[in-house]
Design a binder for this molecule. Structure first.
Ligand SMILES: [Zn+2]
Length: 154
C-alpha cells in the first residue's frame, strides 16, 4: 500500500491511540523546531509501520505569518510524499512547532486537523520541550495520542 494523503488506511490502527517515534527521529524534530524558532516548523514523519515514525521530512514553512502558523510548501510536500511512497513507507504524522507556546492544540490546529486524516504531532518550546500528538477518532472528535519515544520495550 502506498502512503499518499487521502488514500484509505487500515482502520484498525486508528484505535491504537499511540505513536512511537525513534529516538533519533524525535531528536531531529526537536532540533528542527529549535532551529526554525521564532518561526513554526512543519514536516512529515514516515515509517514502515503506521504508528512507528522512523524518518523525519522537514518542509519549508511558507505561511505569511510563520511565527504563529504553518503552511508546508506544496511542491516540497509533494516531493516528500513521493519519496515516502517510493520507500514503501506510510506517512505516520504531520508535525509542527509552537516556538512561543506549549504543545497544546490551537484553534487553528483543530481546524487544520479536520482536513488531514493522520496523527498531528506538536512540539512546544516555551518552558522546555514538550511533545504531544492528536488525531480524529471515527466520530471526528479530537483525541490525544500517547507519544512514546525510543525503541519498544519488551
Ligand atoms: Zn499549532
Amino acid at each position: 500500500m502506498t502512503a499518499i494523503f487521502g488514500q484509505s488506511r487500515p482502520t484498525w490502527c486508528t484505535s491504537l491511540r499511540r505513536l512511537r517515534i525513534e529516538a533519533a527521529t524525535a531528536l531531529e524534530v526537536v532540533r528542527e523546531a529549535r532551529a526554525a524558532a521564532p518561526l513554526e516548523t512543519v514536516g512529515l514523519l514516515s515509517g514502515q509501520e503506521l504508528r512507528i515514525a522512523t524518518r523525519c521530512h522537514p518542509l519549508p514553512n511558507v505561511a505569511t505569518d510563520a511565527t504563529c502558523r504553518f503552511l508546508a510548501d506544496p511542491h516540497a510536500q509533494f516531493v516528500a510524499e513521493q519519496e515516502i511512497a517510493a520507500a514503501g513507507e506510510y506517512i505516520v504524522a504531520i508535525y509542527h512547532s509552537h516556538p512561543n507556546g506549549d504543545a497544546g492544540f490551537s484553534e487553528i490546529d483543530k481546524h487544520f486537523s479536520s482536513r488531514w486524516d493522520c496523527v498531528h504531532l506538536v512540539v512546544g518550546l516555551s518552558g522546555g520541550v514538550q511533545v504531544r500528538a492528536y488525531e480524529r477518532d471515527p466520530l471526528d472528535d479530537l483525541v490525544e495520542v500517547t507519544v512514546e519515544i525510543g525503541a519498544e520495550s519488551r
